[in-house]
Design a protein around this ligand. Structure first.
Ligand SMILES: [Mg+2]
Length: 112
């Protein structure tokens, strides 16, 4: 499935509609994205704390589901901002290719 098709198809599961402004619907997506990312981190925390860093197939599936939740919020927030998901993905390569060309792939800082 193409990313933009995915982004369009999941819109039917959104309880809200984008207004073009920063509002409760958009805040729902921002908080949802961070919340779901926290759920991914929590899965790993529990694997470290309770399972000696061992991961079962069920753990992997559970993490995949949470990554899907992250992906849903990411795609939906991008839709609210009128940013096609393929543009979001393309910007990753644009940034990383630029850092590679400048020899700044390692290090820190958003603009390097
Ligand atoms: Mg979740």
């Amino acid at each position: 499935m193409e990313l933009n098709d995915f982004q369009a198809q999941i819109a039917k599961y959104d309880l809200f509609r984008p207004s073009g402004k920063i509002d409760m619907a958009m805040l729902d997506k921002v908080l949802g994205l961070t919340g779901e990312a926290g759920e991914v981190a929590d899965k790993f925390k529990k694997l470290i704390r309770d399972n000696s860093c061992e991961m079962t197939a069920a753990d992997r599936t559970a993490i995949a589901k949470e990554l899907g939740d992250v992906f849903w919020y990411l795609a939906t927030l991008a839709r609210y901002l009128d940013i096609p998901l393929e543009e979001v993905a393309g910007r990753v390569f644009e940034k990383l290719d630029g850092r590679t060309a400048r020899g700044t792939i390692a290090g820190s800082g958003d603009e390097r």
